[in-house]
Write a protein that binds this ligand. Structure first.
Ligand code: B16
Ligand code: MG
Length: 220
């Protein structure tokens, strides 16, 4: 029986990818002389902060150039820049349709939690005015592995005290869909169906996400 929903944050509830991009672009250029582009940014979606930095350094052929301390400084500098950018986020930054979808699922008696790789998720949820919409937010610093490992989605179901078979996971990244599937949850992809082909159900955009359609597909 369907009881709850597990949400990815970036790309599902709000679009922070553009802020991550702006912040990484600045730090990669200033600190490492690496110019990143949109296609590098695509690869960073869903990755942890340090994994994002490693991906950027590899792209610039500088993966062995810096010590762990230097990398920690770069990651922290990126986060300071990013925090300045997200400071101005408001409820207007909730992606189309998601406010109504959250309202509909609560009215139907479902519960929801957040499975985001971002350590800034609680701040972002607060800025969006959605703190009371979620019964829990997974702390990514406690995880052993990132997406596509199922761990974050399993923790998110545990926060709701539901079995994996009782929840739906929503994701915009293929690594996230892989994690939801590996956790044994019903996966809903939001975005390009060729990229998210392994999802149990796909909607082209957040504005199309429909509770009745999810319930129907879940019960089929
Ligand atoms: P932070 P998600 C992810 O969010 C982003 O997609 C990814 O680009 C970012 O590096 C990661 O959060 C970590 O974020 O630096 O704020 O801890 O898609 O899992 O909600
Ligand atoms: Mg995402």
């Amino acid at each position: 029986m369907l009881k709850g929903f597990v949400f990815d944050l970036d790309g599902v509830i709000t679009d922070t990818a553009r802020y991550h991009y702006e912040a990484w672009k600045h730090v990669a250029q200033e600190e490492a002389g690496i110019t990143i582009n949109e296609s590098v940014n695509e690869q960073l979606k869903g990755l942890s902060r340090m994994d994002s930095l490693e991906t950027i350094l590899k792209f610039g052929h500088k993966e062995n150039r810096y010590t762990d301390t230097e990398k920690a400084v770069m990651a922290s500098e990126k986060n300071d820049y990013y925090l300045k950018l997200i400071k101005n986020m408001t409820p207007k930054d909730i992606l189309p349709g998601m406010k109504d979808f959250l309202k509909a699922l609560h009215e139907a008696g479902y519960r929801a939690s957040i499975a985001s790789a971002s350590k800034n998720a609680p701040t972002i949820i607060d800025r969006l005015g959605l703190t009371t919409s979620f019964d829990g937010i997974v702390d990514p610093s406690l995880l052993k592995k990132g997406k596509p490992d199922p761990e974050i989605f399993e923790r998110a179901a545990e926060l709701l005290q539901f079995d994996n078979s009782e929840v739906v996971g929503l994701e915009d990244a293929s690594a996230g869909i892989a994690g939801i599937n590996a956790a044994g949850q019903f996966s809903v992809g939001i975005g390009d169906k060729t990229i998210l082909k392994d999802a149990d159900l796909i909607f082209p955009s957040t504005a199309d996400v429909d509770l009745k359609a999810i319930e129907k597909a879940f019960n089929d």
